[in-house]
Design a protein around this ligand. Structure first.
Ligand SMILES: Cc1ncc(COP(=O)(O)O)c(C=O)c1O
Length: 382
């Protein structure tokens, strides 16, 4: 079995698993409890908070633990928009190529709550142009949200530049760092953002945990109603073991980023995959070519083929890849990310995303290429 779908989710790393096991075995109290059992759970959550804050160069109280990327993005967008709305300020900005966790949250604010929304376009390489972003800002703009790295194409936006433009105009800036965190440096103060979302299962941590970093002094409305957890910003009993595992996974992933050897290794494997693909199918098109992209991501259209059929063929050969966003599996819609880049619908439907990871080897790439060659020859024959 060859797994080339790391942008959908990553395997749990051994270090995170080790950190979680003691918290899963014995009776663990509720972190809100004042007794010894509760204090043990509270200590695990506090340690995780301090550890992630240190990685981000942030303060511990700036972190809000959530259930994952979707919740972090929703909390940032709904919570900040509602809290900072005034009679004069009612406008939001995002981009056409965001993950649905952002795009659908923004559209819900527009459709259900009467906010005004500008969805700015991306260019044919998938990049937000700073002039286009600047032109969308208005005196009434509350918040802008632009992702660091795209989950389908891997395209990396110049968030630092965009956030600086927003800051000059007094506009709050959220970035969806769900794909970027653990793969590249993501320091919120360096980026100049006000809020940053991440999800544990994208950086070899467990499912069911994520965090929102929120700049100290920025107020937010809770989007759930309940107790006083997370400084009254996210009620609900914490997922203690997952949070502890997430912190360890974050440390391991960011140490890897600092060492600097893993990204070039994955990049070389990705190029090997791309060269193999072009020799098998010279008509294959590399999407987002020319843009800065994550080292692990390759998004390819195979003109004349059906993407879903290709993926099913690869699956039968033991290769797991994806058509883009995992949430779109089973859906026959063409990728909104590729359409936003001006990719024709038919080509968008003929697309496969390969995303490599820490354990991907040269042998995996060569075996995946052999499988792909067989699958493509079957498609071309039928
Ligand atoms: C860029 C991006 N944002 C948000 C999400 C949502 O994260 P989660 O699946 O943890 O809810 C994903 C997941 O694929 C993503 O890739």
């Amino acid at each position: 079995m060859i797994y080339l779908d790391h942008n959908a989710t990553t395997p749990l790393c051994g270090e995170a698993r080790e950190a979680m096991l003691p918290l899963l075995g014995d009776l663990l109290g509720n972190p809100s409890g004042i007794h010894a059992h509760g204090r043990r759970a509270r200590a695990a959550v506090d340690d995780a908070r301090d550890s992630i804050a240190a990685i981000l160069g942030a303060k511990s109280h700036e972190l809000i633990f959530t259930s994952g990327g979707t919740e972090s993005c929703n909390l940032a967008l709904l919570g900040l928009s509602r809290r900072h709305r005034t009679a004069e300020k009612n406008h939001l900005i995002t981009t056409a190529s965001e993950h649905h966790a952002v795009l659908h949250a923004m559209r819900a604010l527009k459709e259900k709550e009467g906010f005004e929304l500008t969805e700015i376009p991306v260019n044919e390489r998938g990049l937000v142009e700073p002039e286009v972003f600047a032109a969308a800002l208005r005196p009434g703009t509350i918040l802008a949200s632009v992702m660091i790295a795209n989950n389908e194409t891997g395209v990396i936006q110049s968030v630092e530049q965009l956030a600086a433009i927003a800051r000059e105009r007094g506009v709050l800036f959220h970035t969806d760092a769900v794909q970027a965190f653990g793969k590249m440096e993501c320091l919120p103060h360096q980026l100049g953002v006000d809020a940053l979302s991440a999800a544990s299962h994208k950086f070899y941590g467990p499912h069911g945990a994520g965090f929102l970093w929120l700049r100290s002094g920025v107020s937010i409305d809770s989007i759930q109603h309940g107790g006083f957890h997370e400084n009254e910003r996210r009620p609900g009993t914490e997922n203690v073991a997952a949070i502890a595992g997430m912190a360890v996974a974050a440390r391991v992933a960011m140490a890897e980023v600092e060492r600097g050897s893993e990204a070039p290794r994955q990049e070389a494997l990705r190029e090997r995959l791309w060269h193999g693909i072009t020799s098998t199918d010279p008509s294959a098109i590399r999407n987002a070519s020319g843009a800065p992209v994550l080292a692990n991501t390759l998004n390819v259209s195979f003109p004349g083929c059906d993407g879903e059929t290709l993926l099913m063929g690869l699956d039968l050969e033991g290769v797991s890849a994806s058509s883009g966003s995992a949430c779109m599996v089973g859906s026959i819609q063409a990728s909104h990310v590729l359409l936003a880049m001006g990719v024709p619908e038919e080509r968008a439907r003929a697309t496969v995303r390969f995303s490599l990871g820490r354990h991907t080897s040269e042998a995996d790439i060569d075996a995946a290429l052999e499988a792909l060659t067989r699958v493509l020859s079957r498609q071309h024959r039928s």
